[in-house]
Design a protein around this ligand. Structure first.
Ligand SMILES: NC(=O)c1ccc[n+]([C@@H]2O[C@H](COP(=O)([O-])OP(=O)(O)OC[C@H]3O[C@@H](n4cnc5c(N)ncnc54)[C@H](OP(=O)(O)O)[C@@H]3O)[C@@H](O)[C@H]2O)c1
Length: 221
């Protein structure tokens, strides 16, 4: 990203993913503003304490102030959260989408959509003029920044319609300690990337082991 020192990132959501990515961006020298339903609440205060220099505002104020946004919201909250942020406030901006379309209604997560739709596409529909890039959804929040697993650095798959926005996300990922990401194509490739998160979760549930990630061997040089 050019001029990244002057850039502001709106982290829409103050949960575990929001805080993890906010810490990464703050560590790269970017200004961080959390967009939240309750800028004065205890959860927001906790998020601010975890991210030195960060501030908090409404979803709309954060989106307006930023040149980059992160959708750190549950799938079920995408519509409400992004409508609160306001599509015009994010028009033309890079929007990084780590969300997974998980349905928790039975207690154990299952994919809420797949094959013909994805959370990435839902975010792009809600923010038609934003440059949405799917990224970070296939790793636990604890490893989104400095993803050093005992046997190496995993790969990150990304997807999005805007080539320059994907290059920007590549620079973010490399700044966070990832290798160059694997670009799977336009935002519809989220249909392939999001089920990998379900594979990640299923492996964790079956083994009780939560420190893992994906790697694509034999990549084209
Ligand atoms: N956790 C992980 O390791 C992980 C890894 C990869 C991808 N993901 C994906 O990343 C996304 C965020 O996950 P998370 O673990 O950070 O979730 P989380 O800790 O539950 O945080 C969710 C955030 O969304 C906000 N929110 C919930 N419902 C809302 C609504 N109706 N309107 C506006 N805001 C709402 C919450 O705000 P309030 O405090 O106001 O409720 C909170 O800030 C999810 O899509 C998840 O599938 C998670």
């Amino acid at each position: 990203m050019s001029n990244q020192q002057q850039q502001t990132v709106a982290i829409l959501g103050n949960g575990v993913v929001g805080v993890a990515l906010a810490r990464g961006f703050a560590g790269m020298g970017l200004r961080v503003v959390f967009g939240t339903r309750d800028a004065e609440g205890a959860k927001t205060r906790e998020a601010l304490a975890a991210v030195p220099g960060a501030t908090a505002a409404s979803f709309a104020e954060a989106a307006r102030a930023a040149s980059i946004a992160v959708v750190a919201l549950p799938y079920a909250a995408l519509q409400e959260g992004l409508q609160a942020a306001g599509a015009p406030n994010l028009a033309g901006k890079l929007v990084i989408d780590p969300s997974n379309p998980l349905d928790w209604s039975t207690g154990a997560p299952v994919m809420a959509v797949g094959f013909t739709d994805s959370a990435g596409e839902a975010v792009q529909r809600l923010l038609p003029e934003a440059k949405v890039v799917k990224a970070f959804n296939i790793i636990t929040a604890a490893h989104m920044v400095n993803p050093k697993l005992p046997d190496g650095v995993p790969d990150m798959f990304i997807a999005g319609n805007d080539e320059a926005a994907k290059r920007d996300v590549g620079r973010v990922l490399e700044g966070f300690g990832w290798r160059k990401p694997i670009d799977m194509g336009d935002i519809t490739a989220s249909r392939l990337i999001e089920p990998l998160a379900m594979l990640w979760i299923t492996y964790g549930v079956r083994t009780g082991h939560w420190v893992h990630g994906f790697s694509l061997l034999g990549q084209k040089k």
